[in-house]
Design a protein around this ligand. Structure first.
Ligand SMILES: [Zn+2]
Length: 437
């Protein structure tokens, strides 16, 4: 194709047309992420013995699978529900191995690219920019979320105050919304979403929470009470660089985007980078691992900014809530050890009531309990750090689902997921306003 002519001036004039022509000719031009997940599968296996677990760990390592659950291959042992995303070129080898070794497995997602495109309206025309008609039932890019925050700050100045607590590794602002009726001495609740980039339902929930608060605080006595007696510090996207990267390059990116001086792999697990039993069990020292703890505690500017903010306000902050996916669990400390927290009965009863409230909406069941026994032991987590630093109620939600869609929870499930989660959060918040239990 003679798109680039000899004479520069002429060629420049035709370039936009040529570009359009090339785009139309490209067979897969409408595919998201350049069709990079075509033919990839997500496979679940549950090793029945330690021997099976060992063999599965070995092959997973060799084939460089993208582990969806648990977060580190070291957690895989007898009985562990293990979901792996295997690229097309490795899936034949993995399936052959599983069949040969007579290990039971289930293909959760047959073609990741197709599932990704089916559950998303990213490639369809829709009004994403209008803020008055902001659509809370689609996933939003970082730019859209930040525009939305600016807009709310302007239009709801009586209830919302937006500010930045610092900058990310790549220089993006770390924005917080302070929500509540103005008053001097109030206790507060911290809510963050999107510590892990690929867990898109988290930021969707943070936005939903703000919407519901603004929409119902006049009509709903419980919401009015919450916003009168408490401030909510809401960070809709904690890991802004990673979240942006999960939109532009790799849908399944988990970590931050910081560079490493000795390895080409980038990023640190922002939920292993906190100064609480840092880089011990359940965290990796290797920069290429998804649970890499970083070169030192609070090495990530995002973690440091939030830790500084929480340290400064810890006397007022009664609760720390962090939103992840996927597992359908409500977790509380400790994560780094098997031990009972001193205020166990208060925290446990709050969790029990919250999961019951959640289940009352659509019957979706959440497991709840200390993170170490309910999920797995992990050190350097934000939840443990918040608790250890004097915030008495610290929770981590693992939102829907349990693996059917995994990180690709379709947009049509945003509404039910957020509706039920909202009830759980309101329940925990109302619990704070009462004297325990
Ligand atoms: Zn997570």
């Amino acid at each position: 194709m003679k798109c680039l002519g000899k004479r520069r001036g002429q060629a420049a004039a035709f370039l936009p047309l040529c570009w359009l022509f090339l785009k139309i000719l490209q067979p897969g031009h409408s595919h998201l992420y350049n069709n990079r997940y075509a033919g990839d599968k997500v496979i679940r296996f549950i090793p029945k013995t330690e021997e099976e677990a060992y063999a599965l760990k070995k092959i997973s390592y060799q084939l460089k699978v993208d582990l969806w659950q648990p977060s580190s291959i070291s957690y895989v042992s007898e009985g562990t529900v293990t979901d792996v995303h295997i690229p097309q070129n490795g899936s034949r080898a993995l399936l052959a191995f599983l069949q040969e070794a007579n290990i039971q497995y289930k293909v959760l997602i047959e073609d990741l690219q197709k599932t990704l495109e089916k559950g998303s309206s990213l490639h369809t025309q829709r009004n994403r920019r209008s803020l008055s008609g902001y659509n809370y039932e689609v996933y939003h890019s970082l730019e859209e979320i930040q525009n939305w925050m600016h807009h709310l700050n302007k239009t709801h100045s009586g209830l919302i105050h937006m500010f930045s607590i610092g900058r990310s590794y790549e220089g993006r602002s770390l924005f917080i919304l302070k929500l509540g009726r103005r008053s001097r001495l109030k206790r507060a609740v911290w809510i963050d979403c999107g510590i892990h980039a690929r867990e898109w339902i988290g930021p969707a929930f943070c936005q939903w929470f703000v919407k519901e608060a603004l929409l119902t605080y006049k009509s709903d006595p419980a919401m009015r009470k919450m916003l009168t007696h408490l401030y909510f510090y809401i960070m809709p996207v904690f890991n802004v660089d990673g979240y942006h990267f999960s939109w532009t390059n790799d849908r399944f990116w988990r970590k931050t985007r910081s560079r490493n001086s000795r390895f080409r792999c980038r990023g640190v697990d922002a939920n292993r980078n906190w100064k609480v039993k840092w880089c011990d069990e359940g965290a990796s020292m290797h920069p290429c691992d998804d649970t890499y703890c970083g070169p030192f505690p609070e090495s990530e500017p995002e973690v440091k900014a939030v830790a500084n903010f929480l340290r400064k306000h810890r006397k007022h902050i009664r609760a720390y809530l962090s939103f992840h996916a996927y597992a359908q669990m409500l977790l509380y400390p400790y994560s780094y050890k098997y031990a009972t927290i001193p205020n166990f009965s208060c925290v446990e009863s709050a969790a029990y009531k919250a999961v019951n409230a959640l289940q009352s909406v659509y019957g979706v069941r959440y497991r709840y309990g200390p993170a170490s026994t309910t999920l797995y032991v992990s050190s350097g987590s934000s939840m443990d750090w918040a608790y250890k630093n004097g915030i008495p109620y610290a929770f981590a939600f693992e939102l829907r689902d349990t693996g059917y869609f995994g990180f690709l929870l379709p947009e049509m499930l945003i509404k039910p997921t957020c509706t039920e989660t909202m009830l759980a959060v309101k329940n925990i918040t109302m619990h704070l306003l009462k004297k325990c239990p």
